[in-house]
Design a protein around this ligand. Structure first.
Ligand code: HEM
Length: 378
């Protein structure tokens, strides 16, 4: 029967064993959870952080240290998107966790915060001047065409590459129409931008909440992570809103009747052609009619039952959450996010205890393109 051989190997030889297959080829057979996690998580970068953090704590004589988790998580997620053979990764190890001086990693460090805050004089001058530069100079500043085209011809010829997005895009097998180099670079830049800081900041919020809830950290070490993951996505949706412009006018029924400021009750809203609409993912994720009276409380237990909701809305790609938006333009990276969160948590949580830094620190959610954590010492 299927499994009999495996069960007996496990019983007789343990959880990992080498065996010879046809033509004497050596196989590793394993049911060891850690080994499996490592083998199946090509893009898992959390274990590198574990080693580095252990070193830092050891250098401090084993005494807990205050770490800038934000910067570490940014490096974990950047490396995860870069490396690996997963369909959302790019088969390019940035090595920023290893401390590599990487140009891309440097540019992406705190990109959203820099884009919205902290503008130095040089940035302001540069942004002003850049609009007057000829296209070829901008191109030259942006990339190094020689290196790029060499790599692309290797990928196109099938000499390099795998299942990562870069190889898929370039490979003629997967791409019926020709795609220009500019389009390809634009697609990859979009993926990096859409995927990197979103994921890093969500993880940031997750560790922030865990440091405020030591009881949940203890539970988390014992239990499965899905609930925590969903709750942080609900509570801190990194893109708080989206906007749409109506292609045509419409009258839309409300789910619940609303009172207007002059006391009337309405059951529908009118949308005019070309009207800009703002959808608040953040507020939707806190609707008491959906999430219950404690919608403003960070409480992973809500996902114990019935998808965490009082009412099912059919919105979103996961558990009625709008964090990844909904419908045809919803996030294409959400499965990657879930897997990456899982692997990072599995690597870090059993090894470290997280707590807020000493002193009276208040963390604010700052609208900075994304919802970023900003700390203030009182
Ligand atoms: C926690 C992490 C993430 C969150 C919360 C998130 C959220 C979102 C949201 C809300 C949208 C819709 C934007 C709108 O219509 O206004 C979106 C779109 C998108 N996301 Fe994500 N995202 C995350 C991670 C990722 C990752 C890892 C990737 C890819 C590697 C990615 C790629 C994209 C792309 C390409 C779109 C545009 C889809 C389209 O317009 O058709 N995202 N994301």
């Amino acid at each position: 029967m299927l499994g009999d051989a495996d069960f007996s190997w496990m019983r007789n030889y343990g959880t990992a064993l080498y065996m010879r297959g046809p033509f004497g080829r050596l196989f590793l057979f394993t049911v060891d959870p850690r080994v499996i996690q490592r083998l199946l998580s090509a893009f898992e970068k959390g274990h590198l952080a574990v080693a580095k953090w252990r070193d830092i704590i050891a250098q401090n004589g084993g005494i807990p240290v205050v770490l800038n988790v934000h910067s570490w998580l940014a490096r974990i997620t950047l490396d995860a998107i870069g490396a690996g053979n997963y369909q959302m990764s790019m088969d390019y190890d940035l090595g920023s966790l290893q401390g590599n001086e990487n140009e891309l990693a440097k540019v992406y460090e705190n990109l959203f915060a820099h884009a919205h805050y902290n503008w130095g004089d040089a940035d302001i001058v540069f942004l002003d001047v850049v609009g007057y530069l000829p296209e070829w100079i901008i191109d030259l500043l942006r990339n190094s065409p020689d290196k790029r085209s060499k790599q692309m011809s290797l990928l196109a010829a099938g000499k390099e590459g795998g299942k990562d997005i870069m190889s898929l895009l370039v490979s003629a097998k997967h791409w019926s129409a020709t795609i220009s180099t500019e389009d390809l670079v634009a697609q990859l830049t979009t993926l990096l931008l859409a995927g990197h800081e979103t994921m890093a900041s969500t993880m940031n919020w997750l560790f922030y909440e865990l440091s405020r809830h030591p009881d949940i950290q203890i539970k988390l070490r014992k239990e499965i992570i899905a609930r925590i993951r969903r709750e942080v996505l609900r509570y801190h949706p990194i893109q708080a809103r989206t906007t749409r412009t109506a292609g045509q006018g419409d009258i839309i029924l409300l789910s619940e009747a609303q009172k207007t400021t002059d006391g009337k009750t309405i059951t529908e809203v009118a949308v005019e052609k070309e009207q800009r609409t703002i959808v608040s993912f953040d507020a939707y994720n806190r609707l008491t009619s959906i999430w219950g009276e404690d919608a403003h409380v960070w409480n992973p237990e809500r996902f114990l039952n019935d998808n965490g909701t009082k009412t099912k809305t059919g919105l979103g790609v996961l558990s009625n959450l709008l964090t990844f938006s909904s419908g045809e333009r919803s996030c294409i990276g959400w499965r990657f996010v879930i897997l990456e969160m899982q692997s990072t948590l599995c690597a870090l949580i059993p090894n470290f205890k997280f707590s807020s830094p000493p002193g009276n620190v208040v963390i604010f959610r700052v609208a900075s393109g994304l919802m970023l954590p900003m700390d203030v010492f009182l």
